[in-house]
Design a binder for this molecule. Structure first.
Ligand code: ARG
Ligand code: GLU
Length: 720
């Protein structure tokens, strides 16, 4: 019987495999031995799983850093030097920049340790170990339990297990659900907080091609920056102190000068953020036909307005650089994702899979009882969810896309609490925090640009969201201003204290007295109307549906693993440490076009355009190019390679991840994905998905020949 089911399944499954070609998947390091080692070795890995992840000896894992929560970095010297992307260190480079001393434009290189720049709040986190804690977390959980009780029990267990794991150590622990809560893993971490900027190329190298080339292969961006981790005398994490010394790592990744060729094995070791590979067709439909297009539309408007302002003023350009890049990044990615899903015919592939899954389900009473209603339930829930999801997207992207509104909302709890009768003393800490946030906010805020954004986005919101679902303030704008959003915005930006640093300073001079006027502030009123609508209506309903959908996903995931057993299932990315592996390889992006697997400085110069910021080449780099002064960084044909692409399955968060050869040596730094492959967060296609990697030889060339900071290379282990 089971055999027969599998046969039926295979017929329906002709083109769609959920998992496990050599290149698809983001695997848990502690399971490599069991799941992947032999496959990896067959594909060219010379190491053992134990060399990659071990709790008994130092291993590659000890050189992998989660950089500032969102990116990855790797340890490349025994003095704590770490390599990540330029776009990962961008916020820090920006923070040290001014119109007079513009490190974004000019780059920065410390010529010795004393010149390194201190960064407030930057973190570097290592994974000490990980552990499967599923049976502990789910102990005593039964299928009969109600959701609330189940969640409560699980959360209590998690808190308890985490606590036990690290009490009396300097480590932290966190537990995350995997496979939609079918499994749980715990991660023990060590976080360093004195991380200094050592070097960054100028944007003309580190951001070459800018947003135009972002998410695009072939690519010529020298997307790297270098930091150094500092520790106290005992090699332990410590906040900045002049007495701190360079961190002595447990493992240093050696660097290969050999480069890579088509077909070579590669692996990526890092912290991919979020993927959703096991969604139902209903979810994919909502994402590709509603959510992605909505968010693209809203950001389009925001970006156009920002772009104009930045082009008109250097000060605004520096102020808005990181913000703009961040907003533009996913704006573009979502567009690629829509295209990719369409081209893959993702919805029908999912539907086909669902049909074949159901055949398996209907083959036994037990499975039918457990999974028989899954897809009708999905359909029903997604109908409801789509409506709320739209309101939620518009709240986050359009309403909070107005920075003054999102800034003002940070005062909501304190102000409402005070109006409700709490004492000012109850909020001492919160008020201090608001005060220090104020400085950061205004450093990166331009009121007149934001006013323009407010006019456009509020108008868009009022047109696209059903009247009955809009916050009350919109009917007031309709009545009092006859829907003239310019007039309304002009008035609130002129009157509100929240858009003026001076006025805000005055507020903080005597908060206890001055807060009383805030209820009349027009920006506060706008925020209050929108935020309370969100809190009272949108969020609770959305959350309830999301809980239901997660439960369905948990059952679906369980069913897949139970009934379709000829596959290896990797868990969706969730910002935990993973290994992806694949091969260096070009691809056919469209009919009749082939993209080769590497790019060169020659190609960078071909893209040069002195009239367009993003494609300017600095005279120094031009000179090195003209002299062909590539030294030992050239490949065997005398070319200087800039980047290469490979079929590793990666996502946001993998930026800065080390890309390693079969010997475990560093061959490059991951920094992007190809346009044709951006749908791989939802559906992977081995023919189209490529990760984009900065060739480490270009990195070393820039440090040495361009920046004259070759002294740093002496710290590294460079294998010729
Ligand atoms: N697309 C890359 C990633 O997702 C790089 C983003 C930074 N670069 C940029 N031009 N905005 O993060
Ligand atoms: N640039 C992305 C990051 O910051 C990586 C590209 C991707 O999403 O694959 O993590």
């Amino acid at each position: 019987m089971i055999k027969k089911i599998t046969a039926v399944f295979l017929i329906f499954n002709f083109s769609f495999t959920i998992v496990s070609k050599a290149d698809e998947g983001m695997w848990l390091p502690l399971l490599l031995k069991q799941l992947n080692e032999s496959d990896m070795q067959r594909n060219g890995l010379k190491l053992s799983a134990e060399d990659i992840y071990s709790i008994n000896k130092s291993s590659l894992k000890d050189a992998i850093v989660q950089f500032n929560g969102g990116c990855t970095a790797e340890v490349i010297s025994d003095k704590g030097l770490i390599l990540t992307n330029h776009h990962c260190g961008y916020g820090q480079i920006q923070a040290h920049s001014s119109v007079q001393n513009d490190l974004l434009t000019n780059g920065f290189w410390a010529m010795n340790q004393s010149e390194e720049l201190v960064n407030a709040g930057v973190t570097a986190t290592f994974i000490v170990r990980m552990e499967d804690v599923t049976s502990k977390v789910l102990a005593g959980i039964t299928d009969q339990m109600g959701d609330a009780e189940r969640d409560k029990k699980i959360n209590e267990a998690i808190v308890q297990i985490q606590k036990e794991a690290v009490t009396g150590t300097r480590y932290a622990a966190f537990i995350r659900p995997f496979y939609y809560g079918n499994e749980y893993y715990m991660f023990i971490t060590e976080t360093f907080t004195d991380v200094r900027l050592v070097g960054a190329p100028p944007s003309s190298i580190g951001k070459f091609g800018g947003d135009t080339d972002n998410w695009i292969w072939p690519r010529h961006t020298g997307d790297f920056s270098i930091f150094r981790i500092y520790a106290n005398k005992n090699n332990e994490p410590a906040n900045y102190s002049a007495d701190n010394i360079p961190y002595k790592p447990k493992y240093v990744i050696p660097i290969s000068m050999k480069g890579v060729e088509s077909g070579d094995f590669t692996m990526v070791y890092g912290f991919p953020g979020r993927t959703t590979e096991y969604l139902s067709s209903y979810a994919v439909n909502m994402i590709m036909n509603q959510s992605d297009p909505d968010k693209v539309k809203i950001r389009n408007t925001r970006l156009q307005i920002m772009d104009q302002a930045m082009k008109g003023s250097d000060a605004i350009r520096i102020q808005y650089a990181a913000k703009y890049a961040g907003i533009a990044n996913y704006w573009k990615k979502w567009q690629g994702e829509i295209n990719g899903l369409k081209k893959l015919d993702a919805i029908s592939k999912k539907e086909q899979f669902e049909k074949s899954f159901l055949l398996n389900v209907n083959a036994s009473n037990d499975a039918r009882n457990k999974y028989g209603n899954l897809f009708t339930d999905f359909e029903k829930k997604y109908k409801e969810l789509s409506i709320l999801n739209k309101q939620r997207d518009y709240y986050y992207e359009a309403i909070l896309g107005v920075e003054a509104i999102s800034y003002t909302s940070s005062f909501y709890d304190v102000i409402e609490g005070l109006y409700a009768g709490k004492k000012i003393n109850d909020y001492e800490k919160e008020i201090d925090k608001l005060k220090s946030n104020m400085k950061v906010f205004f450093k990166y805020f331009n009121a007149s640009t934001d006013e323009k954004i407010a006019i456009a986005l509020l108008k868009m919101y009022s047109e696209d969201i059903n009247k009955k679902d809009q916050p009350e303030i919109f009917s007031i704008i309709e009545k009092k201003y006859h829907g003239d959003f310019s007039k309304y915005a002009q008035e609130i930006y002129a009157k509100s204290i929240f858009v003026s640093e001076d006025k805000m300073n005055k507020l903080f001079q005597n908060f206890g007295r001055n807060y009383k006027k805030i209820s009349k502030d027009p920006m506060y009123k706008l925020m209050q109307s929108c935020y309370s609508k969100f809190l009272k209506d949108i969020k609770p309903q959305y959350t309830a549906l999301d809980v239901d959908v997660t439960k369905l996903n948990r059952a679906y995931m369980k069913g897949m693993r139970e009934l379709i057993t000829d596959k290896k299932y990797y868990p969706d990315a969730n910002s935990t440490l993973r290994v992806a592996y694949g091969k260096v390889n070009g691809y056919f992006p469209r009919d009749g076009v082939f993209y080769d697997y590497y790019t060169t400085l020659e190609g960078l110069i071909e893209k040069e355009n002195p009239l367009v910021d993003e494609f300017m080449v600095s005279p120094k780099l031009k000179e090195l190019y003209l002299k062909k002064d590539y030294g030992k960084y050239a490949d065997k044909n005398g070319e200087l390679r800039v980047a290469f692409c490979a079929s590793n399955h990666t996502t946001g968060g993998n930026s800065g991840s080390p890309v390693l050869n079969g010997e475990g040596q560093l061959i490059g730094t991951n920094f992007d994905r190809d346009w044709e492959g951006t749908m791989s967060d939802i559906m992977y296609d081995p023919n189209q998905v490529r990760n984009i990697v900065l060739d480490v030889r270009y990195t070393l060339f820039v440090i040495d020949k361009y920046a004259g900071a070759g002294y740093l290379l002496n710290e590294m282990q460079i294998a010729n």
